[in-house]
Write a protein that binds this ligand. Structure first.
Ligand code: SF4
Length: 256
């Protein structure tokens, strides 16, 4: 397999063949995400992808899952994506599921019919980067999208029958917007519909973007959050997560 640069995949794709069909991320501006900054975005040629699939095909029926990398592989135009899916199905007879990362732009570039077509061709799961439901936070982290577009993208994925896995970032609002971040994120998750056990689990990456959030060595629990009575079923677990706070300056009360 001819990988370019570091390859990142969701933990649940540990057993999957990683097929790199794009290099980098077409957005690559999120302040917290250092993953693809060193890569110049491009879509690999079909010949490059074919060669990797041919190599993987030597393992016969052993490959049951494929994860399409890099950061937002769903951005690949539909005809090319279908070509790749068809070739995967032709060459990997044991294939049961294909997964990919996506952002709102990549999903919304597809029509409902195109997403259903990808589902029929084996696209079984999309990992959508939501990060926050709070528009102020989304703007600060340069997510390049809105609450409404993220919600629409999540709903489209589910309507196509594709499993939706959502990433949100605990603490990304900092202490100042901890509550707004938690409530709005709970709201968007609730409005996307039942997500099963896809609870957010991972803390934010450390020190990835200047000014995005505080270093986690100053973590404290915001106890006030426990008192918050929230209508959104996904908000409360978020509120109870540590919020990130500045250490007190000299002479200042240490309590937040
Ligand atoms: S978080 Fe996703 S959309 Fe943002 S830069 Fe990283 S890979 Fe790209």
């Amino acid at each position: 397999m001819k990988y370019e640069g570091a390859i990142i995949r969701p933990p649940s794709e540990a057993e999957s063949l990683i097929l790199q069909i794009t290099v980098g991320c077409s957005h690559s501006r999120c302040t917290f995400c250092p993953s693809y900054k060193a890569k110049r975005f491009r879509i690999k040629t079909f010949q490059e992808i074919q060669e990797d699939i041919d190599e993987a095909a030597q393992f016969g029926r052993a490959i049951e899952r494929v994860f399409l990398a890099d950061g937002d592989a769903l951005i690949v135009p539909q005809p090319r994506l279908r070509e790749i899916m068809d070739y995967l199905n032709e060459k990997l007879p044991g294939l049961r599921r294909v997964g990919t990362y996506a952002n709102a732009k990549g999903v919304l570039k597809k029509t409902a019919d195109e997403l259903r077509g990808l589902k029929e061709a084996g696209l079984g799961i999309i990992y959508l980067g939501v990060e926050s439901g709070d528009q102020v936070v989304l703007d600060r982290i340069k997510k390049g999208t809105t609450y409404e577009r993220l919600l629409q993208a999540g709903r489209m994925v589910k309507a196509a029958g594709i499993k939706l896995s959502v990433t949100v970032l605990l603490g990304i609002g900092g202490s100042e917007r901890s509550r707004e971040h938690a409530v709005a994120t709970g709201r968007i998750l609730t409005e996307m519909g039942p997500l099963g056990d896809d609870r957010p689990r991972h803390p934010p990456l450390r020190g990835a973007g200047a000014g995005a959030f505080r270093p986690p060595d100053t973590l404290r629990i915001d106890r006030r959050a426990e008192e918050h009575d929230c209508a959104y079923r996904h908000a409360r677990p978020l509120l109870l997560q540590p919020c990130l706070q500045l250490p007190p300056s000299q002479g200042e009360d240490a309590q937040g």
